[in-house]
Every structure is written in structure tokens, then in C-alpha cells.
Design a protein around this ligand. Sequence first.
Ligand SMILES: Nc1ncnc2c1ncn2[C@@H]1O[C@H](COP(=O)(O)OP(=O)(O)O)[C@@H](O)[C@H]1O
Ligand SMILES: [Mg+2]
Length: 317
Amino acid sequence: MSDRLLVEARGLTKTYPARNGTPPFHAVKGIDFELARGEAFGFLGPNGAGKSSTMRMLAAISPVSSGSLSVLGLDPAGDGPEIRARIGVVPQDDCLDRELTVRENLYVYGRYFGLKKQMINERIVGLLAFAQLEEKADAQVEMLSGGMRRRLTIARSLINEPEILLLDEPTTGLDPQARHVLWERLYRLKHDGVTLIITTHYMDEAEQLCDRLVVMDGGKIVAVGSPRELIETNITREVLELRFPVNAHAQIGERIRDAALGERTEVLPDRVAVYADDGEEALAQVHAMSLEPITALVRRATLEDVFLKLTGRSLID
Ligand SMILES: Nc1ncnc2c1ncn2[C@@H]1O[C@H](COP(=O)(O)OP(=O)(O)O)[C@@H](O)[C@H]1O
Ligand SMILES: [Mg+2]
């Protein structure tokens, strides 16, 4: 495997064994990906896509079922402790100790890595500032908001100054403002040279944070590229979204599809989406067909549209 790559996966597979009469389950079905130092790399996909299973293999906490995986040039099967010492992990569930204070949580985690007391205490000063939790240092985790807990989990994952930070759904369940604060913290880490691996089912998060990403569905990779490349290669520049009275919807949708406005028409339960490089032009054609939508909106295409096209499904059901 190449030295330049920080992570390289070939035919990576995760199969959970049969249990209580349920057959073995193939959560990750032979995926290939690689990333270089300094990248922010994403796994975008709906629940059940296999993102967390992939992350746990990367973190050397869940064995690879088949295929090959190299992390920092090491093999998770034999070099688990060294990999774990050099990476940071923000799991999907926070698993902070709620009865301990913010500071104590950081301290205990540092000890877990075998760091010296004085070094931990020095790092805690910087991490509290990074997480904007200085004023909460001696508060119990129980007392923190969801956003604060997430920032603490990230701070905790940085106690060993990792080369790679794995973040599994970093902002799920947070309100928009807390998400933005978190994104800004992650940009800062990226700027400081930390390689980020992020899973998310939010396309806006993937667009904001990831230099490059894979779209996952049902344990497989269905597309790879930068957010811009994924949009440019799969979809038109713009989307015209039309809403009609609910009962007229399917029929009007068919008429628009038959008229072949733009490149492609999706008839969705609540709207008709026309993919066209010039949405206003497509709208003019809709009006020329004497159709009167209740609302018409032209917007830029997003990763959500890419996902819909590739899988026939919405990212968030
Ligand atoms: N320990 C496990 N044992 C059996 N099945 C599992 C286990 N963990 C996850 N799965 C199944 O594997 C699939 C992928 O799960 P996961 O990797 O958590 O996906 P995601 O993080 O994308 O939501 C799901 O169908 C899930 O139910
Ligand atoms: Mg998950």
C-alpha cells in the first residue's frame, strides 16, 4: 500500500455474524476509498448505509470481515493500540461520564491514553478554550446543552493530539445554531492540519465540511468526488420545484415529464422537480404549457438531488 495515503481501503467488508436465528448481515459490502493527509473526507448516506460500521473499522474497534484496510500505514488487525493512540474518535453517541465535570471527563480520558498528569492539565487549558467551555469547566456534564456536550466530546477526542479525527454524525440532534458553532470549530481543526473523517446524513453538512466524500447506500459506495464534482457530474446546475394541487399532482407531473423540459423530471409526493441548467427558462416553458403551479422555486442543485438521482430515494425519509 502507498505511503502517501493516510487511509486506504480495498474491498472493505463488514459482516455481522448470525445471531438468534437471524442470518449474517452484510453492513459494508466491499468498499474502496483512500484519503490523503489534511483532507476532510466524508461518508454521506441515510441511516443504515453502513457509515458507523465503516468508522468503527477505521478506529480499530471493530474487526474487518474481509478486504484490506490500512490506517496511518498500519493494519487495524495487528496494530490496533498504535492506531488508537494516533487517532481521535467522536462516536455517534457521546458516552461522556455525566456525573463527572467537564474537566474531569477530559482528565480521565487523558489518563486512559497514559498521558502524564501535568501534560493532561496543560492540554485541558487549550481544549477548554477550543471547545468554548472554559466557564463550564467545573460543571457536571449532566448540566450541559447538547451542543456543549458535542464540543466536549470533540475536545476529549483531541487530548492525544490525533493525526486523524473520526467524527460519526457530529451534529445529529443539534439545533441550527449549535451546528454552526460546531462546524466553525471543525474548520479550525482542519486549518490546523488535522485530517477529518466525517459521517453524516445531512447533505448541507457534507457540502460545508468535506473536501471529498463518498455517497453510501445499503453498504455500498454509489458515488465519490468533491461536493461540486458530484453535483456537476450527476445533475444539472439548477432545479425548478413546482407545487400543484395535491390531487392534480401525478397527472401534471406526467405532462411535464412528457414535455421533456430540462434534463430530467422527478415526480415526488409533494412536488415536481425539473432538473435544468436554466431553471427560469424551464419555468417559462411550464407557463407556456398553460400550467399554473401554486408555487415555483428555482434553486441550485445540491447533494440531496444527487442522492435522489443515484438511489431513487430521499436522504432523510
Ligand atoms: N453490531 C451489529 N450487529 C448486527 N447488525 C448491525 C450491528 N451494527 C449495525 N448493524 C446493522 O448494519 C447496518 C448498518 O449500520 P450502521 O453502520 O450503523 O449504519 P449507519 O451508521 O450508516 O446508520 C444497519 O442495518 C444496522 O442495523
Ligand atoms: Mg451511524
